[in-house]
Structure formats: structure tokens, C-alpha cells
Design a protein around this ligand. Sequence first.
Ligand code: DX5
Ligand code: ZN
Length: 251
Amino acid sequence: MTENLQNTGILIAPSLLSADFMNLSHDVQMIEKGFPDWLHVDVMDGHFVPNLTIGPPVIKALKAITDIPLDIHLMIDNPSYQLDWYIEAGADSITVHIECFGQTSHIANTPGTSLSINSISDPDLLAEVIVRIHTAGRKAGLALNPDTPVELALPWIDQIDLVLLMSVHPGFGGQSFIHSTVEKIATVSKAAAANAPGLLIEVDGGINASTAALAVEAGANILVAGNAIFAESDPLTAMADIRAAATSLGN
Ligand code: DX5
Ligand code: ZN
């Protein structure tokens, strides 16, 4: 996957969750005119999160109509069972949730909440998943829900390409940014500077021009935005505004 950093170091990844599912091809072609770096695709299984979205056939169809890298965010239980489906469908990056590798006591069936863990109980399985993604030549990501301590990701950062920090409880677009995420971004950024200089830090949920600036200031370099782009009457201007807000910092 080539990075189109547009000389800024910041990648913008519009989330197709907020696109028109009846006209995905139209929305992809429309948003391509604003040069998104990646397209973020949310896969939900109705169990890991209280919503159900799309799966491999739609990703395969997307792959056939766009050259923009597809950033697949798997909000599903047991991602190792289905990994090959997403590799074969054409995912460029595959992000799995760390909560799938620890003990959770319930299923996430209430909007506005999400699963969290305090330790990883199956590190061998997580390591295997990362290797399988890399062996297929794709980028491997590790996502954390808002209530999972960020420290759990740190031992993995030199083995993966990206950490995705959820800044809302996953499942739905259009929620408000959880501000405590900023501190988590800074923690990962500091650890990456010491141990994983190439690590990408992706922030997902409630990103608009103002929260984008907060996230980037803390060290994020991939911004996922759904509603703040696709729910606007002029999505291309909205995306450009997010990019401008994010890249005005430090340049
Ligand atoms: C939420 C998804 C996000 C979602 C973000 O579970 O992971 O990618 O599309 O939507 P916004 O940007 O509207 O918060
Ligand atoms: Zn997402």
C-alpha cells in the first residue's frame, strides 16, 4: 500500500459507514475527487458491536471500482476465523480488536457501550493473526475500544503497522468524540517514538475539523471521519476542511 501523505504526514480515511449504501459506487467516485488517502470500511457482526454492516462481497465489489487503499476495520468476534475472507476480498489493511484476545464477560448489545479487557489471554493467537496478515502482504492493525487500557497495545507496536484508537464506542457513526482518547494517542505516540518509529496511529469516531486538530496534535496520523464528511451537503469541502485543520499544525 502506498501512502499518499500529501507531504503532511496525515492520512484522511473517509468512513463509508456514513455513505449511501444504496449508492456506494456513486459515493466512492464522488469522494475520490477529494483525494482521500484510504477508504475506511467498518465490518460489524451484530455481536462484537450492536450493529451489523457489510462483509467480504461488498469489499470485493469496492475493490473493483477504486484504487484507493481499503482500510478494513473488523468489529467482529473471532477475527482469526474469517481473516482469509478479507484478505481475499482485497483488504489493504486489516485491523482487529484487541478485545477479541482477552476475557470479556458479556456481549456488546447496548449502543453507547463496548467491550473492554484488562489483559490479553491469548497472545499466541493475536501474534498468529498479525503474521497471517503480514504474510498476505497487508498492513496489520490493532484496535482498542474506549475503555480498554492503552497500555495493553504497547507491547505489540513493533509488530504491527497501526494502532486504531476508538474515540467513540463502536457500532455507529455520528457520535461525539471521547476526549480522553487524546491522552491515549499521546501515550502511543510516545511509545512509538521510542520503539516503533514507523507506527501509524489511527483515530476513529467523532472526528471533525476541531477534534482532528486535537488528535493530530497528540500524535495521530490517520483520521477516520464518517458523518463529518458524508452527512455534509458538500462532502469534498468537509474533507478538505478536516485535512486543512489537521495539517495546519506543525507545518
Ligand atoms: C464506528 C466506526 C467508525 C464510524 C465513525 O464504530 O468504527 O469508523 O464510521 O463515524 P463518525 O466519523 O461519524 O463518528
Ligand atoms: Zn471504524
